[in-house]
Design a protein around this ligand. Structure first.
Ligand SMILES: [Zn+2]
Length: 250
C-alpha cells in the first residue's frame, strides 16, 4: 500500500515522500536533514529523487541525500544542475521499480523555463506550477506559457490529487476572495482551510475539482472575476496576466 506524506521544510515547503513501508522516493528535497530523519524514523530505503525545477528550496538536499543513499535522481532536461542526474522531458516515463510506479513527465514552463511535473495514477506532483488556490510566480516564463501549462492541468481528470510544494493556501484564498467574494466554494474553502491550518494540518494535497471551483488562475473566464480584476480586456490571457500582476503586489 503506497503512502504519501509531507515532510515540512524551511518556512512553508513540503517535500513529498512516497513509500511502501520499505522503499521510498522523495520529490524536491530542498533540505536533506528532515528527509534523513524521516527515513530513519520509518526505516525506509530511499531509491529515487524526482526534481521539478532548479530553485534551491527544491534541490538543496539532493547531493547529500544521493551520497547517503545512492538514490537515482531525475531532473528536468532544460535546466542546469550540479549533481549527477537523469534528464527528463515532456512525454518521458519515469519507472520507479522500488514502488512499482510509473510517472509521466509533463513540461510545464512558466515559473521556470524547464519546470516539469510528474503524473502517476491520479496523483500529480507539480512543484511550483499550481498551489492551493494559486499558481507560481513567473520568474522565467511568460504569462502565455504559464496559462498554457495551467490549461493542460485543467484537462486532467477532475479527481486528480495534486501535491504542490508550498503551503500557501490560506494566503492564496484571501487574494482569491478579492476577485470572487461571493464564490460559495471559495468561502467554504476558507473556513475549512483556516480551521485545519490552526491545527497545523497541511491544506494539501488538493484536487483538480476543488481548484477548478476556487483557484482564480484556473477561472479567468468567470464574469465576476473579470469584472473585479479591473482587466480592460476580457480574453483569458489578458485576465490571467492582470490577476498574476495583482497577486504579485497583494
Ligand atoms: Zn520555485
Amino acid at each position: 500500500m503506497l503512502q504519501i506524506i509531507p515532510i515540512p521544510a524551511f518556512q512553508d515547503n513540503y517535500i513529498w515522500l512516497l513509500h511502501n513501508k520499505r522503499q521510498a522516493i522523495v520529490i524536491d528535497p530542498g533540505d536533506a536533514a528532515p528527509v534523513m530523519q524521516k527515513l530513519v524514523e520509518l526505516q525506509l530505503n530511499l531509491t529515487d529523487i524526482l526534481i521539478t525545477h532548479h530553485h534551491s528550496d527544491h534541490i538543496g538536499g539532493v547531493t547529500k541525500l544521493a551520497a547517503n543513499t545512492n538514490a537515482h535522481v531525475y531532473a528536468p532536461r532544460y535546466e542546469q544542475f550540479s549533481f549527477k542526474h537523469q534528464a527528463v522531458s515532456e512525454g518521458d516515463t519515469v519507472s520507479i521499480k522500488s514502488l512499482n510506479m510509473k510517472f509521466l513527465v509533463m513540461w510545464l514552463p512558466g515559473h521556470t523555463s524547464g519546470h516539469v511535473a510528474y503524473l502517476s495514477d491520479g496523483v500529480l506532483f507539480c512543484g511550483d506550477v499550481l498551489f492551493g488556490a494559486g499558481c507560481g510566480r513567473l520568474f522565467e516564463g511568460t504569462p502565455a506559457q504559464m496559462l498554457k501549462s495551467l490549461s493542460r492541468l485543467k484537462n486532467l481528470p477532475r479527481e486528480t490529487r495534486i501535491y504542490p510544494a508550498h503551503e500557501y493556501t490560506s494566503q492564496n484564498i484571501e487574494f482569491a476572495l478579492t476577485l470572487e467574494p461571493e464564490n460559495p466554494a471559495l468561502i467554504e474553502r476558507q473556513h475549512h482551510t483556516n480551521a485545519i491550518r490552526r491545527q497545523l494540518i497541511p491544506s494539501l494535497p488538493t484536487t483538480l475539482s476543488l481548484e477548478l471551483e476556487t483557484n482564480p488562475f484556473l477561472r479567468c473566464q468567470q464574469k465576476e472575476l473579470i469584472k473585479n480584476s479591473g482587466s480592460i480586456m476580457t480574453d483569458e490571457l489578458a485576465v490571467f496576466t492582470t490577476i498574476r500582476e495583482l497577486k504579485n503586489n497583494y
